[in-house]
Write a protein that binds this ligand. Structure first.
Ligand code: PXL
Length: 270
């Protein structure tokens, strides 16, 4: 069982590959990586970060993998530095995903109603083309609103899910704030809206989306149903957030997910 995680390496400020690798590996799954960019830190809240686009390495890497006859049971994409990389992920799916393999797209583009630095409407449109190829998409509410072209915050989540389902039949939207709760919403097999909620912790927690998506990929690849994978990933992310709120003074450095990983694995394997 191999998962290919296509995401950036933010050297400091746990997110992207520095989250996906430990979480997916801990699930007992080989996590191969295709780094999209190398940054000194992630782009959220740090000034003066460095950014090296790695697109030019892709063709050589992919050519080498071809000679090895590699195929992946899951391709999981996250932060893609450019529209060209979105096209490349579509190509990688065609050439390297097994017949029954899954493409999971976390359309990392923004948060709190705004696109991250360097992203624009054209990028959003390009991301829609990748979502059309996916088995699951895991946008947060900001990304979901942009993808569905509904003003943020989309409050009618049923309409939002139906709009997203036109791109990908299995949309899972994270970070929906209710009074004291934060929810994930998705569609069940009958096409009805479902929610999984947990108590909200005030504040913004960098890397929470990556913890959720990586745990979801790990759980799905361990054979859990979509619903169970959502529950496991949510509980893990929420526990990590609660701990981080108490223990980590500067939230830019990401979640203390490491301290919650054993509990997550216990639940995953029970
Ligand atoms: O966690 C999302 C993310 C991933 N990668 C980079 C980011 C961000 C969010 O800010 O900047 C480089």
């Amino acid at each position: 069982m191999r998962v290919l995680a296509i995401n950036d390496i933010s050297c400091v400020g746990k997110c992207s590959l520095t989250v996906s690798l430990p979480v997916i590996s801990a699930c007992g799954i080989t996590c191969d990586v295709l780094p999209t960019a190398l940054l000194s830190t992630h782009t959220g809240g740090f000034d003066g970060y460095t950014f090296l686009d790695l697109t030019s390495e892709f063709s050589g890497v992919l050519h080498h993998w071809k000679t090895l006859g590699l195929k992946f049971d899951c391709i999981y994409s996250g932060y893609l530095g450019s529209k060209a990389q979105i096209d490349l992920v579509c190509k990688i799916k065609e050439e390297f995903l097994t017949e029954k393999g899954l493409l999971v797209v976390d359309p990392v583009m923004g948060d709190s109603g705004m696109l991250y630095k360097g992203f624009d409407d054209e990028y959003v449109d390009k991301m829609r083309t990748l979502c059309r190829q996916a088995d699951y998409i895991l946008p947060n509410l900001t990304e979901a609103s942009y993808l569905a072209n509904i003003p943020y915050p989309a409050t009618d989540t049923k309409t939002l899910l139906f709009a997203l389902a036109k791109l990908c039949p299995r949309p899972i939207v994270t970070g929906i704030l209710e009074e004291n709760a934060i929810s994930v919403c998705y569609l069940d097999e009958k096409g009805e809206e479902k929610r999984y909620s947990s108590q909200n912790v005030a504040g913004f927690f960098h890397g929470a989306g990556d913890v959720f998506s990586s745990a979801f990929v790990g759980a799905i690849m361990k054979g859990k149903t979509e619903e169970k994978a959502i529950q496991l990933a949510t509980d893990f992310t929420t526990a990590s957030i609660r701990r981080t709120a108490k223990e980590v003074p500067d939230k830019r450095y990401g979640l203390n997910f490491e301290a919650e990983i054993f509990e997550f694995l216990k639940n995953l394997n029970s």
